[in-house]
Design a protein around this ligand. Structure first.
Ligand SMILES: Cc1cc2nc3c(=O)[nH]c(=O)nc-3n(C[C@H](O)[C@H](O)[C@H](O)COP(=O)(O)OP(=O)(O)OC[C@H]3O[C@@H](n4cnc5c(N)ncnc54)[C@H](O)[C@@H]3O)c2cc1C
Length: 411
């Protein structure tokens, strides 16, 4: 496939940010035969050092698995050991209501997978390293973005620069590219921090992802490959998260067991802990001439349903599909006409998920008696209504909605 390109650009596209979304997009586009310049502020060695922490995991949907499989990443990720959940149990700490989802109800082998963030990251870098069209700029931080009629130039803080037909901002929630391009970002602070760590439990997790909604935020136990190990995502008030991070191991294990109502027995070991501030954000536009945003640069959501990276991977697959179609028709890949198709496709899908997660977070944080009663009733009603439950499940698994071809491959 050949792109219509002016001879004076260094690359066909620049991807700012080599995280999971930017890295995946880089693989897809370079595998389509494009020349891709990848920019990241982190040097390889720094990222490798950070990769050892193993604290952060991601719940990955079957749709994201398809995308990672299509670029040849899944077989390497699997070698690193993956958790798989066949059932999800959700319940409210302030009542009897509960909800469970089972993969057997949808005749699917799994509802999702639990992968180490750093494992995905290093596999993507390994694949990018084998692709001919990829050039790296790292460590490099964009300082200026200049857009002209037929190209975009990114100038870095160290005064190097690179030109292309299209610049893609995949540089996360604090996106510099979004700011340099002058795209507004609407922010909402949840006033919650998410504590993450890995723990061992007395009882096996049985490949069930469990989430207990506490008044200050949800607490999730995500099953890892080892039947006695789970990854914790505990969203709570910032000061409580800081206190939990500071506790000694014994004190933390005790607090965690209490907060989880002892569902998996004693917590027998806990690994290193860290806490991340939580916010919701969305860019007012996903594109402008010669610039497009993907992943957290375009939208950040609450982690309570493990959707952020999954939405970003769908962005990557959708944008790559639109760019491939544009090239097949000999259209300019940086033109508004092409990029607006991407915005129309992904913005509504992402906003709908963002609002649903926001609503859930608020609903469970409400201590008013009637609201507690209604939500417990709501959980039980949804649990009893198979079609509604299946609809939720298919949405959250990335099996419903307007899916890019890559996410449907093999289905
Ligand atoms: C506690 C927690 C749990 C989560 N759990 C899940 C989950 O289970 N499932 C899920 O799908 N999502 C989850 N998420 C969300 C998920 O982590 C993010 O949506 C995802 O990592 C976003 O990926 P990204 O590639 O868009 O951005 P990032 O991962 O932020 O990557 C951005 C990249 O850009 C680079 N960069 C940043 N700024 C610059 C700059 N100025 N110059 C150059 N390079 C730059 C960075 O070095 C990085 O490589 C969770 C989030 C949190 C906080």
């Amino acid at each position: 496939m050949s792109a219509r390109r002016p001879s004076h650009t260094d690359s066909d596209l620049i991807i700012g940010g080599a995280g999971i979304v930017g890295g995946t997009l880089g693989c897809i586009l370079a595998q389509q035969g494009l020349r891709v310049a990848i920019v990241d502020r982190t040097a390889t060695e720094a990222r490798n050092a950070k990769a050892g922490d193993g604290m952060r995991v991601l719940a990955i949907t079957p749709a994201s698995k398809q995308i990672l499989n299509a670029i040849g990443a899944w077989k390497y990720i699997e070698q690193g050991g993956i958790g798989c959940f066949r059932r999800i149990e959700v319940w409210d700490a302030n009542g009897e209501g509960s909800l469970c989802f089972d993969s057997a109800d949808l005749c699917e082998p799994a509802l999702g997978y639990i992968l180490g963030h750093s494992i995905i990251q290093s596999v993507l870098e390994r694949i990018l390293g084998t692709l001919a069209g990829v050039s790296w700029y790292r460590p490099a931080i964009p300082r200026r973005v200049n857009v002209s009629d037929d190209q975009v130039t990114v100038e870095f803080e160290d005064s190097r620069s690179v030109t292309a037909r299209l610049l893609i901002g995949a540089d996360g929630s604090d996106s510099k590219i979004r700011d340099l391009a002058g795209i507004d970002n609407a922010l909402h602070d949840y006033h919650q921090h998410a504590l993450v760590c890995v723990v061992k439990t007395e009882r096996p997790h049985g490949n069930i992802a469990r989430q207990r909604f506490l008044t200050k935020g949800p607490l999730a136990f995500l099953p890892l490959a080892d039947p006695y190990q789970s990854a914790i995502v505990w969203s709570t008030k910032p000061e409580d998260a800081a206190a939990l991070v500071a506790l000694d191991d014994e004190g933390f294990c005790r607090e965690l067991k209490n907060a989880f109502a002892g569902r998996l027995g004693d917590i027998t070991w806990s690994g290193r802990r860290a806490a991340f501030p939580l916010g919701r954000a969305y860019a007012r536009h996903y594109c402008q001439p010669r610039v497009a945003l993907v992943g957290d640069a375009a939208h950040s959501v609450h982690p309570l349903a493990g959707q952020g990276a999954n939405l970003g991977l769908l962005d990557a697959a959708a944008l790559a599909e639109i760019l491939a179609d544009a090239m097949a028709r000999d259209r300019d890949i940086g033109s508004s006409r092409v990029l607006r198709r991407y915005e129309r496709w992904r913005k509504g899908e992402n906003l709908a998920m963002m609002m649903a997660l926001d609503g859930l977070n608020q609903l469970f944080a409400n201590e008013l008696g009637p609201v507690q009663w209604a939500r417990n009733l709501g959980l039980d009603v949804v649990n009893a209504l198979a079609p509604m439950k299946h609809w939720f499940m298919r949405r959250a698994m990335g099996l419903a909605g307007d899916l890019p071809r890559l996410a449907r491959a093999g289905r």
